[in-house]
Design a protein around this ligand. Structure first.
Ligand SMILES: Nc1nc2c(ncn2[C@@H]2O[C@H](COP(=O)(O)OP(=O)(O)OP(=O)(O)O)[C@@H](O)[C@H]2O)c(=O)[nH]1
Ligand SMILES: [Mg+2]
Length: 289
């Protein structure tokens, strides 16, 4: 950056962050709420920022910004962001409400781990929707991985059982299990997921297991409620935050990390097979602020 651009930038930042007064904090809190962090977490972050600004006698805009980044980053660090794939097979159950990007994310994950030299098998346990297994099969072909599927209306538990048997027989490294996002009602969906969990625990008790909740970044505050409900039924080891390529900031993941202690593990940045990245708190917070 040239000297004039630098001066202009410094000047701009100094007027934007010039007065660290009540007004500044109020506006900041509001913009954090707008980014979907939720009222409670936004208030907490701002009060922490006040304390840091006071204790360190911070006056410069860029220092305030950095202090806020540090605070949010810390809030996101609530657990391992990598997948535990330490056993053969390891089982990854992918859950979430309809349309959030479960099947697409599985396709991307399959590609990612196949590229890393792992033997991957997809389990088409979404038998509720006619085209669901076909959609997963297209992803399996794209990624060049195996799939176990059945017909529409088949028992998802039976498909999972077959997938686990195949995984054991074929020395598969990782099974990604797709699930329905919609059954006749929420109670049905949840009891179905509880059943799938039980089958995994029974059939591969010693396997490394992940249960990933897929959340659409554009969902906003409702994401926290979804995470609570799914955590109760299926347990959660991580979040895949999709559709971050749009305008949504996905700040809900900060609220989920804070309130439920569940870390984001991957972010979805588009519809293509390469549009999935491991979550990086620093990068995420930089983009947020
Ligand atoms: N822009 C964008 N679109 C995405 C992303 N992930 C998924 N999608 C799109 O979201 C739509 C739904 O994705 P699916 O993978 O079918 O979602 P699902 O959760 O499996 O849906 P159901 O099986 O119906 O519950 C598709 O059009 C995807 O291409 C993402 O990270 N960014
Ligand atoms: Mg699907």
């Amino acid at each position: 950056m040239g000297i004039f651009a630098r001066i202009k930038k410094a000047w701009y930042e100094s007027i934007v962050w010039e007065t660290i007064d009540e007004n500044f904090y109020d506006e900041l809190e509001e913009s954090l709420i707008m980014a979907d962090l939720g009222a409670a977490v936004a208030a907490e972050a701002v009060s922490e920022l006040r304390r840091v600004v006071y204790e360190k006698s911070i006056q410069r805009g860029d220092e305030v910004k950095q202090a806020l980044r540090d605070i949010l980053e810390k809030k996101l660090e609530v657990g391992d962001t990598s997948l535990d794939l330490s056993t053969t097979p390891s089982i990854v159950l992918v859950i979430g409400v309809n349309g959030v990007g479960k099947t697409t994310s599985i396709g991307k994950l399959a590609h990612r781990y196949k590229e890393q030299g792992k033997r991957v098998l997809l389990c088409a346990a979404d038998t509720f929707r006619a085209a669901a297994a076909d959609q997963l099969e297209i992803w399996a072909e794209r990624a060049g991985v195996e799939i176990v599927r059945s017909r529409e209306g088949a028992d998802p538990g039976a498909v999972l059982f077959d997938s686990l048997a195949a995984a054991k027989a074929r020395s598969v490294d990782v099974v990604f299990c797709d699930t329905a996002g919609r059954l006749h009602n929420k109670a049905n969906l949840m009891s179905e997921l509880a059943k799938l969990r039980k089958i995994i625990d029974r059939e591969v008790p010693d396997a490394a297991k992940e249960t990933l909740l897929v959340l659409d970044a554009t969902t906003g505050q409702n994401g926290l409620q979804q995470a609570k409900v799914f955590r109760e039924t299926a347990g959660l080891t991580g979040i895949i935050l999709t559709k971050l390529d749009g305008t949504a900031k996905g700040g809900i993941c900060v609220a989920i990390a804070q309130e439920l202690g569940v870390p984001v593990k991957f972010v979805g940045l588009g519809e293509g097979i390469d549009d999935l990245q491991p979550f990086d708190a620093k990068e995420y917070v930089n983009a947020l602020i």
